[in-house]
Ligand binder design. Structure first.
Ligand code: GLC
Ligand code: MG
Length: 556
């Protein structure tokens, strides 16, 4: 197995992880000082959200220089130190690659908008259009496309006298992948970071690289009353076009070339690529084929208190059944774009969701703070910084703002929870930090943190690391599955996602594989931290939010 197939991934949002210089914003030196935490909780790889120079309109996802570090986060030498310190601890480092758009402050865009003359090499680095003249004789964009952050996908540039396309904010112009020069530039960016020793990339918003060639076509309005303009349209003209997959294939070849190059120096260094694509399994699966090691699987992030175990089982099965042969599944619970688990499900379900994440087959990704069960913080409309929140307007900002899940990591019960010594942090620390923090939870053996650690230890067992998967029983309350492997004891994982206690009798279950449950097994894990004990398989009692793992030798 490759390193990425064995690792628990952990997303660090650098602005919010650890501030080392007291400006209220996290930085790379801060991340370095917290690497031991990652090791302690059993993480093998981290994914770092952007730290490149940026005007921070979309908090780093608007890059103005792909090959440098924003001063707020530190310097290239801090980055080199981060790589060295991480590798020294056997931690891999995956960085964010933002290929779809740059910042409007990027020198390429500044040059591109300066003139449409042929002599301008940067002329076609972005997607430009004259627009059309409507019936009232007014100049308007060439089509009805709306951006992710609301408003037209087109913005008029006075200087160049043309519209430019932006799938995200006005300040995030889309690069033009119909221009070979753009491909060459972006390949150089990948090489720059590969040379610096990164272990892989997360391809940001990669399904939006291409738009249809004929820009004078409207997208279909499918849901006129949807909150958030973007969700009203079907995005067949602007998302996951087949050309996108060719580019991903080329990037994968580049990564593989690097692997061989370094192997010659006897340094085996496998590089990794994960695609960020949303929109459902059908849209996501092709990314496994075109070159990504995996597309992030967001199925579990759809779980909330109105959904039951059957819903969960269905979405788990959907991923596993749709995946091309030989590929590796993966699971995500949260990210810097999604409401936190504790806020969606209530704190009762934190441990059991982490149990699912860590014991399903494949690669888990934990968003920072999920190991201690952090809760979204409250941010008023006036304080809202996220362009997606502001774009939604005062009435709907709470549905769309991503500020609440980006609050600072909670380390201690001290000021700003040990995140920063500043007077004010860039987003307020969530008010529950005196009880919900790493230091406090380390002292309590049954805390979310220690339960998380038990789970990352458990998943190292062969049966979880490499074993097969099958559902055991599923009903509205109970979701259960087995993990099994030749020559190993089978593990049965049982969880209650319902609204009332439930007793499950496994000894009476029919099993398609003709594997029968014995009367008793050994409980190796329980979400309340109970020690290992013998347990009867004919009456497994679980209250909502409880989960257990039971190990046994199946009867044949
Ligand atoms: C991705 C990022 C998100 C960002 C967007 C535009 O979806 O996860 O945070 O706003 O891309 O770069
Ligand atoms: Mg694009």
């Amino acid at each position: 197995m490759k390193w990425w197939q064995r690792s628990v991934f952990y997303q660090v949002y650098p602005r919010s992880f650890q501030d080392s210089d007291g400006d209220g914003v996290g930085d790379l030196t801060g991340v370095i000082s917290r690497l031991d935490h990652l090791v302690d909780i059993g993480v093998g790889a981290m994914w770092l959200s952007p730290f490149f120079p940026s005007p921070m309109v979309d908090f780093g996802y608007d890059v103005s220089d792909y090959c440098n570090i924003d001063p707020v986060f530190g310097s290239l030498s801090d980055f080199d130190r981060l790589i060295a310190e991480a590798h020294f601890r056997d931690l891999k480092v995956v960085i964010d690659f933002v290929p779809n758009h740059t910042s409007d402050q990027h020198p390429w865009f500044v040059a591109s908008k300066s003139s449409k003359e042929e002599s301008n090499v940067y002329r076609d680095y972005y997607v430009w259009h004259d627009g059309r003249v409507n019936r009232q004789g007014k100049r308007v964009p060439p089509n009805n496309w709306v951006s992710h952050f609301s408003g037209s996908m087109w913005t008029w540039d006075e200087g160049r006298q043309q519209y430019y396309l932006h799938q995200y904010a006005v300040e995030q112009p889309d690069l033009n992948y119909r221009n070979p020069l753009v491909h060459a530039e972006m390949e150089r960016v990948l090489e720059f970071w590969l040379e610096r020793g990164v272990d892989g990339f997360r391809l940001d918003a990669v399904s939006f690289l291409y738009e249809v060639e004929n820009l004078e076509q409207d997208e279909e309005l499918i849901n006129p009353s949807a909150k958030g303009e973007y969700h009203r349209y079907l995005h067949t003209l602007t998302k996951s076009l087949s050309e996108t997959h060719e580019v991903i294939g080329k990037w994968r070849e580049l990564l593989d070339r690097y692997e061989h190059k370094l192997q010659k120096d006897l340094q085996v260094h496998k590089r990794f690529m994960v695609a960020e694509v949303s929109g459902g399994v059908e849209l996501q699966m092709p990314y496994y084929r075109s070159g990504a090691h995996m597309p992030f699987n967001f199925q579990l992030t759809g779980m909330n208190r109105n959904r039951d175990s059957m819903w969960l089982a269905k979405s788990i099965a959907q991923w596993l059944d749709s995946m091309p042969d030989g590929c590796t599944p993966n699971w995500v619970l949260g990210s810097h774009d999604i409401k936190r688990i504790a806020s969606k499900m209530g704190s009762t379900f934190i441990n059991v969701m982490n149990m699912l994440l860590l014991l399903l087959p494949g690669v888990p990704t934990t968003y920072y703070g999920e190991e201690i069960g952090m809760v979204d913080t409250d941010v008023t409309y006036e304080e809202t910084q996220d362009p997606q929140g502001r774009g939604a307007g005062k009435e709907n900002y709470k549905i769309f703002s991503r500020d609440p899940c980006r609050s600072p990591m909670q380390w201690t019960e001290g000021t700003h929870s040990g995140f920063s010594t500043a007077g004010k942090t860039w987003i307020p620390v969530q008010g529950n930090f005196r009880t919900c923090n790493v230091e406090t939870q380390l002292r309590n053996p049954n805390s979310h943190l220690n339960i998380y650690k038990q789970l990352t230890t458990l998943r190292r067992k062969k049966v979880f690391a490499e074993g097969n998967f099958d559902f055991a029983s599923v009903n509205e309350e109970i979701l259960s599955f087995i993990r099994f492997h030749d020559g190993e004891r089978t593990s049965l994982v049982v969880a209650n996602f319902g609204k009332s206690p439930k007793t499950e009798n496994f000894t009476s279950l029919n099993n398609p594989r003709r594997m029968y449950y014995p009367k008793t097994g050994v409980m190796t894990f329980r979400t309340d931290g109970s020690p290992e004990a013998e347990i009867s398989l004919s009456d497994v009692v679980l209250t909502p939010g409880e989960g257990v793992v039971i190990e046994f030798h199946p009867l044949r």
